[in-house]
Design a protein around this ligand. Structure first.
Ligand SMILES: Cc1cc2nc3c(=O)[nH]c(=O)nc-3n(C[C@H](O)[C@H](O)[C@H](O)COP(=O)(O)OP(=O)(O)OC[C@H]3O[C@@H](n4cnc5c(N)ncnc54)[C@H](O)[C@@H]3O)c2cc1C
Ligand code: SF4
Ligand code: SF4
Length: 467
């Protein structure tokens, strides 16, 4: 059995579509009933060797360290770090020029850089994620000019796959920049190592930091709890900025159809909506629990959110940026000098403060998950973390990790039941006890006292003190 087959069988597939993009591949991409893309073996005669060498979770593909060393180790002045990967410069800040920041998810840096690459004639077009249709609200697409690329701004917490777009670019002779989350960038880098056509076409790799990817039901969850049936959703903005004290308090904007009208609904802050506990990971891909790349270590540059306190307090949003390519580094420096970018040079402390949760999950947390599967004799993808890092002396920690691993399947199962019964209430009812148990596990008795009782206690306590 090849490791890509083990990836698919073990449900570690992220649905990136790289295996299916290979000429004569035996794989194709399908949507599962749980709303995720997944590769399936078509059982026809064809190529299984190359897919195995390019799948980001296969042991036969090059890992992030091996790839990064090829591309970045010879760059003059570059540093290497365990968490940040290779790095030339690190910044936090936002775009001053035009309305990139307003249109973007955080500081607007990704769209600004893509436009600069076009303007400087370093690329002819961009491969990124844009609006699709009602079946696939978002999909990988090609933008050929500034207007088209700006239409693709914003983060899409939604399944996307690359096989169709990669097939399209083979028939052109253009130079492209591609935007992707870390595992997708790793997958294309591996493909480019084995496929000259792809290597010649894709000339810049723009990474975006990734906490984890969600199934299509994450979109349905937001719609349904606000009284919009999942089948009526036309579009969703996962990062609708609201003037407030914090960039973390964004809302969800849903565009939906009602009879023959197209309407919009803007939610309260997303953090107050049901199902947004990122620790519990509603509708996460299982693969994301076996990922060790937070900062797209094989990308020429990576953009994320600067969640460190100093930057988070500006509701308009700020980027965290790490460069690994001299041309891109120079473009950003030129932008800073001309006042187009308001970027501060930052140290590792700000990077870690911005992505602390992801690092904990993908270092110690991952070491524990791998240790557990290893002990049970279950196959898991080969990762760069040392199993010795697993925290085995903390009973509560182990219980929380085990609980989170099981929770993924429970959420899927109850949501499918709710869809069948056409009842969102059913979903909440079925999850009430599992969520209560989780909160008790993590926070003890404090976690299960309803918020209103805490408010009442504070109110009464204040009255007593005032008397
Ligand atoms: C699934 C996902 C998880 C993320 N998790 C984190 C996190 O945990 N921490 C963090 O700091 N940042 C995370 N980000 C990144 C963050 O949300 C912003 O995308 C990033 O800060 C860039 O913002 P911007 O304003 O510069 O980009 P914009 O100017 O808004 O441009 C965004 C670009 O990314 C492209 N894009 C959007 N979604 C995808 C996708 N799924 N795959 C490929 N390209 C896409 C768009 O087409 C556009 O070109 C995540 C993004 C995604 C898509
Ligand atoms: S290459 Fe991507 S789509 Fe194919 S099996 Fe691997 S993770 Fe899944
Ligand atoms: S967490 Fe890792 S595996 Fe999951 S989508 Fe993000 S980069 Fe890919």
């Amino acid at each position: 059995m090849t490791t890509i087959e083990k990836v698919i069988e073990g449900n570690y597939c992220i649905g990136c579509g790289i295996c299916a993009s290979v000429n004569n591949s035996i794989y194709k991409i399908e949507t599962t009933k749980e709303g995720r893309y997944k590769a399936i073996n078509t059982d026809i005669e064809g190529n299984n060797e190359l897919p195995d060498k390019v799948c980001p979770f296969s042991s036969s593909s090059l890992n992030e360290d091996e790839l990064a060393e090829k591309y970045f180790s010879d760059i003059k002045g570059i540093n290497k770090d365990n968490e940040m990967g290779y790095n030339l410069s690190s910044y936090a800040g936002y775009v001053e020029e035009d309305n990139y920041r307003e249109l973007g998810s955080s500081g607007g840096g990704v769209s600004w850089l893509l436009n600069s690459l076009l303007e400087e004639n370093l690329i002819d077009a961009v491969i990124h994620v844009k609006e699709g249709n009602m079946d696939n609200i978002f999909e990988f697409a090609i933008s050929n000019n500034a207007k088209e690329l700006r239409e693709g701004a914003k983060s899409r917490y939604y399944p996307v796959e690359m096989s169709a777009v990669l097939k399209k670019i083979r028939d052109t002779d253009k130079r492209y920049a591609i935007v992707g989350i870390p595992c997708f960038i790793k997958a294309i880098r591996n493909l480019s190592e084995n496929d000259k056509e792809i290597k010649d076409r894709i000339v810049y790799y723009i990474g975006i930091v990734c906490g984890h990817l969600k199934s299509k039901n994450f979109t349905s969850l937001f719609a349904w709890q606000q009284g919009i049936h999942p089948k009526d959703v036309v579009n969703i903005d996962f990062r609708h900025k609201i003037p407030s004290s914090s960039a973390a308090l964004y809302s969800i904007k849903i565009t939906y159809k009602k009879e023959d009208k197209i309407l919009h609904k803007i939610s309260k802050p997303a953090s107050e909506l049901y199902g947004t506990d990122w620790g519990l990971g509603f509708f996460k891909y299982k693969a994301c629990d076996y990922c060790d790349d937070v900062l797209a270590e094989t990308a020429d540059v990576v953009f994320g959110d600067a969640w460190a306190a100093k930057y988070r307090k500006d509701w308009k949003g700020s980027n965290l940026v790490i460069t690994r390519n001299k041309t891109i580094d120079d473009l950003l420096k030129k932008g800073i000098k001309k006042g187009k970018l308001n970027f501060d040079p930052i140290g590792k402390d700000i990077v870690i403060a911005s992505q602390g949760g992801s690092f904990r999950h993908r270092r110690k947390g991952l070491a524990y998950r791998l240790y557990k599967l290893n002990k049970e004799g279950v196959w898991a993808p080969k990762k760069r973390v040392d199993l010795k890092e697993a925290k085995l002396d903390d009973e509560k920690y182990i219980k929380v990790q085990n609980y989170r691993m099981r929770f993924l399947d429970v959420v899927d199962e109850y949501f499918l039941e709710a869809l069948e019964k056409n009842s969102f209430k059913h979903f909440k009812r079925k999850l009430a006890l599992p969520i209560l148990r989780y909160k008790f596990l993590v926070y003890g008795i404090r976690g299960i006292i309803p918020a209103w009782t805490k408010d009442l206690y504070r109110f009464l306590f204040k009255r007593v003190n005032e008397k």
